[in-house]
Design a protein around this ligand. Sequence first.
Ligand code: TYM
Length: 329
Amino acid sequence: MARVFSGVQPTGNIHLGNYLGALKQFVELQDQEECIYCIVDEHAITVPQDPKELREHVLDVAALYLAIGIDPKKSIVFVQSQVSGHAELGWICTCNTSTGELFRMTQFKAKSGGKESVGTGLLVYPTLMAADILLYDAEIVPVGNDQKQHIELTRDIAQRMNFKYGDDCFVVPDGRFMKAGARIMALDDPTSKMSKSATNELSRISLLDEPNKIKKAIMKATTDSDGVVKFDIENKPGISNLMTIYAAFTDMSFDEIEKKYEGHGYGDFKKDLVVIVQDALAPIRERYEEIRHSDELIEILEDGAKRARAIAEPVLKRVQDKVGFGYDK
Ligand code: TYM
C-alpha cells in the first residue's frame, strides 16, 4: 500500500473545482492506499482570518470530507495545527529553500499582486506544504493542477536534502492529477480557474449550493455563440469547461458527449448538466447536514490527530537527527 497525503484549506465555498480536482480522488484512493487527509488551518492564516470563523470553517471542511464519502475508519482525517510536526518540519524545509524559488511561485505572484505589504506566510507557504507531505513519507499527493508547482518544489526540497543529509532523509512524492477535473474554470470566465474567493457567486458551484443556485450558475455559464457541443479548450473554453464537469460526473468521454449532443444546442446540454450536478450534490448536502453538528465530528478529528502524530513523530525525529538537532550520546 502506498501512503497518500493531501489537504484542503478551511475556507468557505468548497467548490466543484476542489471536488473534481482533489476531493473525488481522496475517496477513490482510500480503498487501495493508506490515506491521510488534512484540513490545513495553518495555511489559512497566510491571509487574515476571523478566529471564530476559522474554527467554524475547519469543522465545515471536516464534515464535507465525511459527506463526500471519506471513511474515518479507512483514512486518517485531522487538523494540521493539532500535529505540531508540520510547523517544526516547515521551518527545516524553509531553511533549505531559496527566496528565489519562493518568489517564482505563480500562486505567490497572483496572490501578492506584487505588493510588499502581504504577509510573509504567503511567500513561505509552499515550504509548509512540502513539510505537510514529507512529514508522513507520503508517496502520492492527489491535487488539482494549480498545486503542480508546489509539488515540484516539494520534490526539489526532498531531493536536495537527500543529497545533503543522505538518501533516507525523505521519500520523494509524486502528484496525482485527474484526467477530467484537474483544472475546473470559473463559469463566468472560463479563462480563469474556479476559485473560493471570486466575488461573483455564479462563477462557481459550491458543494452545498441549493438546486436553484446550481441551475442558475450553469444556465448563465459563459459559452461561445456557435452552439456546437465540441471539446476545444483553445477556441471554445466555456463549453469545454462544462463538458469537463459533465465528463467528470458521468465518466463519459468527450467523444461520447459530443455524439450525444450532435445537432442539439447548448440549451439541451446545459439542462442535462444541471440535473447531473444537482443529483450528484444532493446526497452530499444531506449527509453534511447530519454530520456537521454531531458530537462525533470532533472525536473523529481528535482520533485522526493521534494517528497522524504516531506517523509524524518518528519521521520528524529522523530528520531532526540528520540536520544536527539533539545530542550525541
Ligand atoms: P486549496 O484549499 O486551494 O484547494 C484544495 C484542492 O482543490 C484543488 N483545486 C482545484 N482543482 C481543480 N480545479 C480548480 N479550479 C481547483 N481549485 C482548487 C487544489 O489543487 C487542491 O488540491 N496548498 C493547498 C492545500 C495543501 C496541500 C498540502 C495539498 C496544503 N498542504 C499538502 C496537498 C498536500 C491549497 O491551498 O489547496
